[in-house]
Design a binder for this molecule. Structure first.
Ligand code: FAD
Length: 434
């Protein structure tokens, strides 16, 4: 068919839904194409939902969105094989509405979001894969699908097709995705009665806990683990850079790491009795600032994971996906209102809006982190062990005086890293987080 739309959105994850919703709400004629059986059927996330990004799109989302628990406590654990040392932050303020962060189950959440998109007036077609972008020279004029008559046309195509976007690559917008710029994460959902979760995690009927972990569990690979409380299930997962899995001399599989995490003496009692409901693996674009490709051109824009918009340091992805989707849509709406062509010059406003938002500001702040972590395995091996040992030394009461214990702790750090190493590591950390 030769039907033409104002915009075609490829993908119905958080970024595509945000773009399609915003466009349709403004009265534009929108076609959204999703390869999954239904939106969310293929999507994977921890998952923490950050309210702010969604609120800016659907202010009253709390009325009917499928939310699991709001987060009142954040734990950060540094593990060795037997123990952890960490910080917990818990606030009564976070237990008062409107809540700021929630756990969600993506399959349910994406379905809900998609229903909103259709209510707003967008046309959604599922079980349809976009195979290629239709180009007229450098201009993207539509998409070719594996169904529905093949070719569809639009003034602008928004690529919200997630990490490893083959479409942008095939069209030559950017190169092959690199193993050093993506993490491979695996996670399980473990069913557990609500009351058990509430008692084990010391929370109420609707509140929950997030545990973020790093240390010996990743065997020196750059990566982290997590444990989240849902309404009547727990999500536990672990992810490391794909390049590290490839280079791992033990050939440890992601699944083996997850099993190891589940057996850790500090984790095992929290998940005991949990019944596995779901297991999945997914890539996360964690290359950060330097890995963000060109995200607009003549008749096209890239949003969400497809553009590498993930803040790995803070485990934020879905909110960047939603914000980039919204900003891309707002750019199109403004251009259309002004009667401008959807060329690169007009769509550059999208990148300007990104630069002006927390999205690019945060990615820029952590721009050196991937490289620093990649070249500093000690943060995932020696330091977790040293910190845990220091805690053990200090808290064990054995007749040895505290001054001597202090000396022993400093001695263990110095022996492991030497003064030069310790000072160098301090600078590296400052550089990574500046
Ligand atoms: P996706 O959600 O991947 O959606 C892309 C969609 O496009 C899919 O529905 C796919 O089927 C469809 N598609 C792809 N190609 C085509 C095609 N050719 N034709 C048609 N359809 C296509 N973020 C957080 O904010 N909080 C968290 O706690 C969190 N935890 C995470 C834990 C894990 C294990 C993982 C893997 C990620 C996590 N993230 C988290 C990141 C977050 O999931 C992503 O940033 C977010 O899903 C990106 O949304 P998106 O819409 O860009 O992409």
């Amino acid at each position: 068919s030769k039907e033409k739309f104002d915009a075609i959105v490829v993908g119905a994850g958080p970024s595509g839904n945000s773009a399609a919703y915003t466009l349709a709400k403004a009265g534009l004629k929108v076609l959204q194409i999703e390869r999954g059986e239904y939106p969310g059927s293929k999507n994977v996330q921890g998952a923490i939902l950050y309210a702010d990004a969604l609120e800016k799109i659907i202010p009253d989302f709390r009325d009917d969105a499928p939310l699991e628990r709001h987060i009142i406590e954040q734990r950060m654990w540094v593990l060795d094989d037997h123990s952890f040392i960490g910080t917990h932050y818990r606030s009564d303020d976070d237990d008062k509405p409107p809540y700021n962060r929630y756990t969600i189950i993506r399959a349910q959440f994406d379905r809900w979001f998609s229903a909103k998109v259709r209510e707003a007036g967008a046309l959604l077609i599922c079980e349809t894969t976009v195979e290629a972008l239709l180009m007229d020279g450098t201009r993207c004029i539509g998409v070719r699908c594996d169904r529905m008559g093949g070719e569809v046309y639009a003034d602008v195509v928004i690529l919200a097709d997630g990490v490893n976007s083959t479409l942008a690559r095939k069209a030559g917008f950017h190169g092959e995705i690199q193993a050093k710029n993506v993490a491979l994460a695996v996670k399980e959902i473990l069913f557990m009665p609500e009351e058990t979760i509430q008692a084990r995690f010391n929370v109420g009927e609707e509140s929950g806990v997030v545990i973020e972990m790093m240390g010996s569990v990743t065997e020196g690979m750059v990566g982290t683990g997590f444990l989240y409380t849902n309404k009547e299930s727990l999500t536990i997962g672990v992810g490391c850079m794909l390049s590290d899995f490839k280079a791992n001399p033990n050939r440890t599989s992601p699944y083996t790491l997850l099993e190891k995490l589940k057996r850790h003496p500090s984790i095992a009692p929290l998940i005991a009795g949990g019944e596995m409901k779901e297991y999945c693996a997914h890539l996360i674009p964690e290359g950060g600032f330097h890995a963000v490709p060109q995200v607009y051109g003549d008749g096209w824009m890239i949003v969400g994971d497809s553009g590498g918009f993930v803040n790995a340091a803070h485990r934020e992805g879905s909110n960047l996906a939603m914000t980039t989707g919204r900003l891309a849509a707002e750019t199109v709406i403004a251009a259309k209102a002004a009667g401008k062509a959807m060329d690169a010059k007009t769509l550059a406003a999208y990148k300007a809006a990104l630069d002006d938002s927390f999205v690019m500001k945060d990615l820029k702040k952590y721009r050196d982190m991937p490289e620093v972590l990649h070249s500093s395995r000690q943060f995932f091996t020696q330091y977790p062990a040293l910190l845990n040992r220091a805690a053990k030394t200090m808290f064990t009461v054995d007749g040895i005086d505290k001054k001597t214990k202090e000396r022993e702790i400093f001695g263990s750090f110095k022996a492991a890293r030497r003064w030069g190493g310790l000072v160098g590591d301090a600078f590296k950390l400052l550089r990574a987080f500046r």
